[in-house]
Ligand binder design. Structure first.
Ligand SMILES: [Zn+2]
Ligand SMILES: [Zn+2]
Length: 141
């Protein structure tokens, strides 16, 4: 995609002025990314995480590096590789009986996240609604 400098400058300005992109009070990084992705697309980079850092945690200069080491090479990957909804938000797996056969319904992640539980301002840690992951894990029943 060919984009002129003016287009990029305009997009940058538009994002600066968009109230949706202002982190809520004490909103944590993954909750912020999750919320922003409702209205913005992942660009294949960490622009949302970077925006959060610029606004609330300017001293976290190695944030991108840290997210990438957790498998989060773009904003949407942060939410599936670097962190994951905390177990208490998942539906429990259960067994149902269909015509005498037992079918196991796997635990499912929440369809949407609850409001952020909050973190200390300036922190880039997730709130209690997220687990940090070293590597992708699949829940076992
Ligand atoms: Zn992505
Ligand atoms: Zn949160």
């Amino acid at each position: 995609m060919d984009r002129s400098i003016t287009d990029e400058a305009e997009e940058y300005l538009r994002k600066l002025l968009d109230a949706w992109l202002v982190p809520l009070a004490n909103e944590c990084l993954p909750c912020y990314i999750d919320r922003v992705l409702e209205r913005y697309d992942c660009n294949g980079d960490l622009w949302i995480a970077g925006h959060y850092r610029d606004l609330v945690a300017p001293r976290a200069i190695r944030l991108e590096e840290r997210l990438e080491s957790g498998g989060g090479y773009c904003d949407c990957e942060v939410l599936c590789n670097a962190v994951q909804p905390a177990w208490h938000l998942w539906s429990t797996s259960r067994e149902i009986d269909v015509d005498g056969r037992t079918i196991v319904l796997e635990a499912e992640p929440p369809e949407s996240m609850p409001p952020c539980a909050g973190v200390r301002r300036g922190s880039t840690q997730p709130c209690v609604h997220w687990h940090r992951m070293r590597r992708p894990r699949i829940p076992y029943r």
